[in-house]
Design a protein around this ligand. Structure first.
Ligand code: PAF
Length: 285
């Protein structure tokens, strides 16, 4: 069956009804779909009878000076991916259709939205949660699938669903990587060859940290990752670190030295004009 395009909210209501009986999984995206998104769609298909993919570059989650206007918009290619992956509906509204001109209410991400990534992108997670809640209300999915690559986003969405009693199950999907370790991201297409070489330090640093998890505590893990990032700061172009954090998955604050159990080693850095994030989970024993 061909994918139906819903270009506005009214179109979505019709397209959703036309899907017929069965459960619905939503895969929210900002387009520029790559192999990572394909893996989200495939996972969504395992969890529900129908898949809806939203393609919407959400202005609310970009701060001043960020890449909203240059964010890749590749709708025809995105549609082809959705068709190949058996998606039922692609919801691709305009910003004018999504947001009322006199809108006032937004979701607040709370303290967890102000640490780690949130400390560098004030208001970012409020914008993410606002659009995600709107998408949940519009699509009314049974299940929604998000990538572990945006670990803090995934944790905050789980938090929102629990705190606000949103009737949807959240599924996290593992990060998909290039063979050389680079985590797939729509922003990778900004990288020159030289940028890309530098960018590989992110996954190298995370792997160096994770490798210490069996024997070292938080400080040793962070030192191992930091050493790789410091070396990459001398590359051309240099890696400009925003943060490296060993985070508590429940709060995204830094873990204490006595922390045991699950933690997330997360990093964000600029390479040339591109800002990249990556993370790996680990267990402190
Ligand atoms: O992860 C993304 O692509 C976006 O943050 C999301 C979840 C689609 C909300 O705009």
């Amino acid at each position: 069956m061909d994918v139906t395009i819903a270009a506005d909210r009214a179109g979505l209501v019709k397209a959703r009804d036309a899907l017929g009986p069965g459960s619905i999984a939503l895969v929210p995206t900002m387009g520029a779909l790559h192999e990572g998104h394909r893996s989200l769609i495939r996972l969504a298909r395992e969890h529900a009878d129908h898949v809806v993919v939203s393609v919407f570059v959400n202005p609310l989650q970009f701060g001043p000076g960020e890449d909203f206007s240059r964010y890749p918009r590749t709708f025809d290619a995105d549609l082809a991916v959705c068709e190949e992956e058996g998606v039922g509906v692609v919801f691709a509204p305009s910003a004018e259709d999504m947001y009322l001109p006199d809108r006032q209410v937004e979701v607040s991400a709370g303290p967890m939205g102000g640490v780690a990534e949130g400390a560098f992108r004030p208001g970012h997670f409020d914008g993410v949660l606002t659009v995600v809640l709107k998408l949940f209300n519009l699509v009314r999915p049974d299940v929604a699938v998000f990538g572990q690559k945006d670990a803090q986003q995934l944790a905050l969405i789980r938090r929102m669903v629990a705190d606000l009693d949103v009737p949807v199950s959240i599924v996290g999907a593992p990060t998909v990587r290039e063979p050389d370790g680079l985590a797939l991201s729509s922003r990778n297409r900004y990288l020159s060859e030289a940028d890309r070489r530098t960018a590989l330090a992110l996954s190298r640093a995370l792997r160096a940290g994770v490798a210490r998890a069996g024997t070292a505590g938080p400080a040793g893990i962070l030192d191992a990752a930091q050493a790789v990032l410091e070396e990459a700061a001398r590359f051309d172009p240099p890696l400009l670190l925003d943060y490296l954090i060993l985070a508590d998955p429940a709060t995204f604050g830094p873990v204490g030295d006595d922390h045991r159990g699950e933690a997330i080693l997360a990093v964000a850095a600029k390479v040339g004009a591109t800002r990249l994030i990556d993370n790996m989970p680990l267990t402190l024993s």
